[in-house]
Design a protein around this ligand. Sequence first.
Ligand SMILES: Cc1ncc(COP(=O)(O)O)c(C=O)c1O
Length: 365
Amino acid sequence: MPTSISFARGAPCPEALSADVIAACAAAALRDDGVRVLSYGTGNGYPPLRELLAAEHGAQPDQVLVTNGSLQGFVFLLETLLSPGDVVAVESPTYDRALLQLTLHGMDVLPIPMDADGMDVEALAAACEAGRVPRLLYTIPNFQNPSGATLSAERRRRLIEICDAHDILVLEDDPYGRLRFEGESLPGLWTMADPGRVIFTSSFSKTVAPGLRVGYLVSPPAIAAKLAGAASRTYISPALLSEAAIHQLIAGGGLEPNIEKVTALMRERRDAMTEGMRHMPEGTEFTTPQGGFFYWMTLPAGLSADELFEPAAAAGIAYVKGSDCVLEGGERTLRLAYSGVGPAEIEEGMERLGAVFRAAAVTTG
Ligand SMILES: Cc1ncc(COP(=O)(O)O)c(C=O)c1O
């Protein structure tokens, strides 16, 4: 059995996790505010961190809910704002765990196709015109999980126009936006839209450390109060030491250098995977991401990423099947995360994966 190389996990590589920096932040948090950090707090999270995040987003602290990971915030939102049968629009493909939660909560999922410029917003408009108006639109506008695509500036404007026209609440999930390798950052939907239209969510899992489990939501005040109630009912208060450590990191000026470091590591890995694409069979389609953690690939006609999952595993390579990121279809697609492994492993992994796919292409061709 060859050593295994995982392109499956959307997690930062070990080199991106700065244990010494976080140790110093946690020590400072306990020294400066030990009693509060070690006590039960309010359901909506550590107040000093909420204040910083509120200021960053031009909101009031009461609008910010800091959760044990942003996926938890997503679940609170489903539980408090929506009811089974509600129409929720998502990009197709979308984040597999979000899709799973929507399905588990009985939502009527409306998949909106996407291309290299993000969601096809005219397809959303057409669905609305045809009477399928979602209550919520879930979008990952920057370096999307799983496609790596970024919603263009023009589509951002049009998206807000459509959501205003049909009164659709938007959930903007942006854990990858700060990890940009090249090109200009685009304004977020939260900043572009009128107040009340957008809920913003992000996480420190990709920019600092997923094990800290610190994510957050910034919402209109009435929604924020409901979310805070759900948090307090579920876990009384979130893990305050993690939140206080992140607060120390931001307040002490350590977040920006950390993001620069992680961005450089991810750029190196993205470049290694771009190089490794030469191992893929002729006719494989992909677009090089400008940031984030993921490459999305479409295999040539006749090849199935679902069927080749086991042969790839036998060669020691793991990936996420595209079919797990859509409601139906997607058999020719897969997600490759370059984030968690080193450049040399990426080259080796792409060589092995390419060999599996090329062998299958010869058999089917
Ligand atoms: C788009 C997106 N949203 C949310 C999450 C969940 O992040 P967290 O670790 O904060 O729960 C992920 C993690 O993969 C993600 O890709």
